[in-house]
Write a protein that binds this ligand. Sequence first.
Ligand code: B4P
Length: 193
Amino acid sequence: MIGLIFGPPGSGKGTQAARIEREFGMAHLSTGEILRSEASHGSAVGKEAARIMAAGDLVPDDLIDRIVASRLGRTDAATSVLLDGFPRTIEQAKALDRMLRQLGRKVDYVVALDVPEPLLVDRLLHRAAVEGRADDTREAIMERMHEYRARTAAVLDHYRRNDVPVAEVDGVGGLDEVFGRVREAIKRVTDGI
Ligand code: B4P
């Protein structure tokens, strides 16, 4: 099974992915986490990614596609994988379709978290105060919202057009309350698979 957790910056993708991973025994693959880990190790790729992320921009598709292809290639067909933060552009979605086709797999469902933008900004500014992540400055947050609207939101239509079940989930509320909705949505969409 291949699932995607989708949503704007700060919608709780990473937060909910950790719970989905535990409940459904999936391997969690977060492109944001991989990039932050590369950045903290100071590799050439990591330094370049850190600069782009701090500005709130998207890291180039070809780099992300190579990272994901390498990680997916290491999983066997029996492993359920939850992709978090990828794909973020139509080009990445098409690249993922090609990668999965080569592995004899496909995207089985998408869970899309829906949270109004003012609340997203509040959450990210709160995280900035607590964790001090380099891309949680007000300027970078605004750029991330712009990138989401301009390039990422359309990814959902790609899946709808290709008849992949898309479950939209209200992402407003406590962490467990949102997870209750996410769990039900995954059960609903996977019941018929
Ligand atoms: P990500 O790591 O994916 O960051 P995100 O969009 O902010 O994360 P998320 O939605 O997971 O938020 P979280 O659960 O942490 O990407 C970071 C950057 O990496 C991107 O901007 C980009 O530059 C680069 N990147 C990653 N993937 C890429 C790709 N495919 N292509 C190109 N570039 C890529 O939640 C946010 C905050 O809200 C947390 O503090 C959390 O505690 C809080 N929160 C969560 N749920 C809550 C709730 N229900 N109520 C209250 N607070 C909540």
